[in-house]
Every structure is written in structure tokens, then in C-alpha cells.
Design a protein around this ligand. Structure first.
Ligand code: FAD
Ligand code: EPU
Length: 339
């Protein structure tokens, strides 16, 4: 069998920042076998690898000198159906939002608050995607991955994934070492109705709907559409930075200086600060420099209006980090994976 590997492949349509960059080699795989064929091939064995999903959390700062493997493994299958829940096995190449819609359509609950997050199912455990009061760690049971060094397929349990806010074992010990093939989820038959994130309640009221997986999914879609830029129209990768977590004494100090600081309790000892607020107060909201800028409705989102480069976005992000640090003495770190 000949492997259809593309050379000098343009990635502009494969990253939601719409950055123009190329990769030396590009290969799309539909199953584990075709992935093994390429990784066992002497010709490609020593190439630098990058696994690509929907490209919605990646910023290309330069051309990629190696082999990009685009994950297209499909399939959603119920493997366990009990009185209270079902367990589903989902191919890493399934579109995340389509999977959320599938879940809602099947009267299952647990991921409806994560509607409209771009990207693929395989990337969802990597940064433990989260939105509107829910994180994907609350429904993932296992993650199946291919270990690049040994060629073995391994299944890891939820508790071994070390899930934290926008973090997991896949961003740390297993970074660049594995390829996620499949994720299993436990979805509930009883509606979870998580409406603690303020905007959901008011959106449900304006929709005149009672909480249900379907109505919450719609409310989240409506809120997100108003707040976040559609990558099809304006290049972006959602929140560019993570919300910083600081200890209570540093928080008290900061709150004394800035009484309208927006923050949420993270644990008994720490508070999570709204980075969007910090960036806005540092004067960056709506900033525009030629083709790039800071979104005018959400300061945490950096945007490419067309023709911007990864380098320009990185330079802007550094200026923002520096000015936030100078004003608030708080470090904000990128959420986006910079290549
Ligand atoms: P990619 O960008 O393709 O890859 C992300 C990282 O994972 C890369 O390092 C890549 O190498 C690695 N990777 C991808 N697939 C695999 C695999 N199968 N095996 C091994 N490594 C892999 N995120 C949130 O958490 N919450 C939000 O609310 C949210 N909103 C967003 C809104 C917008 C408009 C955008 C553009 C992004 C948003 N994001 C959000 C970020 C992004 O959608 C998520 O991080 C998503 O999970 C990325 O999926 P992807 O398939 O596009 O990953
Ligand atoms: N805020 C401002 N100015 C801004 C933006 C925000 O003052 O320009 C303040 C407001 O007070 C607002 C608060 O920050 O109420 C929180 O803003 P928002 O509800 O938009 O949430 P966020 O903290 O900015 C996080 C996630 C998003 C996720 C939303 C909803 C991170 C880094 N970001 O954003 O995830 O969709 O909550 O749950 O945790 C992503 O990760 O890419 C992403 C979009």
C-alpha cells in the first residue's frame, strides 16, 4: 500500500488562527493501522512529529520541519447501557461539538455545557477543556493512546490523567510522546442541569426555557456566539492565556489596590483571577496593530484579522504579559500551544 503523504503542505486551513505556515510532511490517518504503517516506516521514523486535531489551540510561529499527523479516527459507540448512565467510546477524530449534539439528541447529560468548543474529541483531555461550570474530566472514564517510543497501545484511567484546570498528564509527562486514539465518556441519563455560571441562568430566562441538557446546550451556544469570534470569520484560538491562580494573601493585597478585581474561589487557599479583566484594565481590549489584535468583546482572545503571522501574535502576547505583570504583579501564561 502506498502512503499518501503530502510534502510542503500549507496549514492555513488547518489552524483556527488562520496562520500561513507549511509543514515538510503531512499525513491523515483514519485508523490505528495506517498510523502504525507510517510510524514503522524507516523513511519517516526519525521525523519530528506533531499531532494535529482541529488546530484550534495551536499557534504556528514558523514552518514545521517534520511530519504532521492529522487524526481522523471516527466512531461513537455505546459500550455500556445501565439504568443511570451509558459509557461511550469515541474516536479521537470526531468533532467535539458534533459529539455534544449527539449526546443531547440521545437525552444524555454531562457535556452539554461544553457545546461549541472547536476541535476534536482527541484533544479534549489534553488541556481538560472547560466552560460554563463544567470540565471534561468530569465525564472521561479512560483515554486510549499510542505510545510512540514503544509502539504499544495503552489505556489510562481518569485518575491517572492528572487532570487539573487546563492541564493534564498529556501536557506534561506524556507531551510529544503519545497519540490519543480514543476517549471514553460516562454520560448520565438524569439531567445534570449545571447552571451555576451566571450567564446560563439569564440566557435560559430569555429563552423562556427550563434547564435541560437541550436548553443548556442552546443557552451556551447563544452566549458563546455573542462573546467569542467565529474562527471562520476572524482567526483566533479562544482564550490565548489561562486565568492565573494566586494564593489568598496575594489576592487580598491585589483586591485592596483594585477593589473591582474579578476573581473566583479556586480552592481554600487560592483564587482564580479573570485574565480578561487584567488585560482589559491594562488597556489592551480592542487593540489593533495592522492585521492582529485583541478582540473587542473579550480581551483574553487574540485575533488575526487576516495576513497576521505567528511571530506577530507572539510579540503582542509578550507585550500584554509584560504590561499585566507591571500593573498587577501577576504572571499570565499562554493556554495556546506554540509551535
Ligand atoms: P489542536 O489545536 O489540533 O491541538 C491542541 C494540542 O493537542 C496540540 O499540542 C496537539 O499536538 C495536541 N493534540 C491534538 N490532538 C491530539 C491527539 N489525538 N493526540 C495527541 N496530541 C494531540 N478550550 C476550552 O477548554 N474551553 C473553551 O471554552 C474553548 N473555547 C474556544 C473557543 C474558540 C473560538 C477557539 C478557537 C478555541 C477554544 N478553546 C477552548 C480551545 C480549543 O478549542 C480546545 O483546546 C480544543 O480541545 C482543541 O482541540 P483541537 O482538536 O483543535 O486541538
Ligand atoms: N472580563 C473582563 N473583560 C474582558 C473579558 C472578561 O472584565 O474583556 C471579566 C468579566 O468580569 C467576566 C469575567 O472576566 O465576567 C469572566 O469572563 P468569561 O465569562 O468570558 O470567562 P473567561 O474567564 O474569560 C473562561 C475560559 C473560556 C470559557 C469561559 C466560559 C479560560 C482561560 N477561559 O474564560 O475558555 O469558554 O471561561 O466558561 O479559562 C478557552 O479556553 O479557549 C476558552 C474560551
Amino acid at each position: 500500500m502506498t502512503l499518501s503523504i503530502k510534502s510542503n503542505f500549507q496549514l492555513e486551513n488547518y489552524n483556527t488562527f488562520n496562520i500561513s505556515a507549511s509543514t515538510k510532511l503531512f499525513f491523515e490517518f483514519e485508523n490505528e493501522n495506517s498510523l502504525r504503517k507510517i510510524l514503522d516506516n524507516e523513511k519517516y521514523k526519525n521525523e519530528n512529529l506533531l499531532i494535529l486535531g482541529g488546530g484550534s489551540n495551536i499557534l504556528f510561529s514558523k514552518n514545521f520541519e517534520g511530519l504532521i499527523l492529522k487524526n481522523n479516527i471516527l466512531g461513537i459507540k455505546k459500550i455500556l447501557d445501565t439504568k443511570d448512565f451509558v459509557e461511550v467510546e469515541v474516536g479521537a477524530g470526531e468533532n467535539w461539538h458534533e459529539f455534544v449534539l449527539w449526546s443531547v439528541k440521545n437525552n444524555l447529560s454531562g457535556i452539554e455545557n461544553l457545546a461549541l468548543i472547536p476541535g476534536l474529541v482527541g484533544a479534549s483531555p489534553i488541556q481538560n477543556i472547560g466552560a460554563y461550570g463544567v470540565e471534561v474530566k468530569d465525564t472521561i472514564t479512560t483515554v486510549k493512546y499510542y505510545d510512540i517510543a514503544s509502539g504499544k497501545t495503552i489505556i489510562i484511567n481518569n485518575k491517572d490523567c492528572n487532570f487539573q484546570y487546563r492541564n493534564s498528564i498529556f501536557k506534561n509527562q506524556l507531551k510529544n510522546k503519545i497519540i490519543i486514539l480514543q476517549v471514553n465518556f460516562k454520560l448520565y441519563k438524569k439531567a445534570q442541569n449545571i447552571t451555576k455560571y451566571g450567564a446560563i441562568k439569564s440566557e435560559l430566562e430569555s429563552l423562556k426555557s427550563k434547564p435541560s441538557p437541550k436548553s443548556i446546550c442552546q443557552a451556551v451556544i447563544n452566549i458563546r456566539t455573542k462573546k467569542l469570534p467565529d474562527p471562520k470569520k476572524i482567526g483566533n484560538s479562544g482564550s490565548f492565556f489561562k486565568n492565573p491562580i494566586i494564593n489568598n494573601s496575594k489576592f487580598k493585597e491585589l483586591q485592596t489596590r483594585f477593589p473591582d478585581l474579578v476573581a473566583y474561589k479556586d480552592s481554600e487557599t487560592h483564587m482564580k483571577i479573570a485574565a480578561g479583566w487584567l488585560i482589559e484594565k491594562a488597556g489592551w481590549k480592542g487593540f489593533k496593530d495592522k492585521n492582529i489584535g485583541v478582540y473587542d468583546k473579550q480581551a483574553l482572545v487574540l485575533v488575526n484579522y487576516g495576513g497576521g503571522t505567528g511571530r506577530e501574535i507572539i510579540e503582542l502576547s509578550k507585550k500584554i504579559q509584560e504590561s499585566v505583570f507591571n500593573k498587577f504583579n501577576v504572571e499570565i501564561l499562554p493556554e495556546v500551544n506554540i509551535i
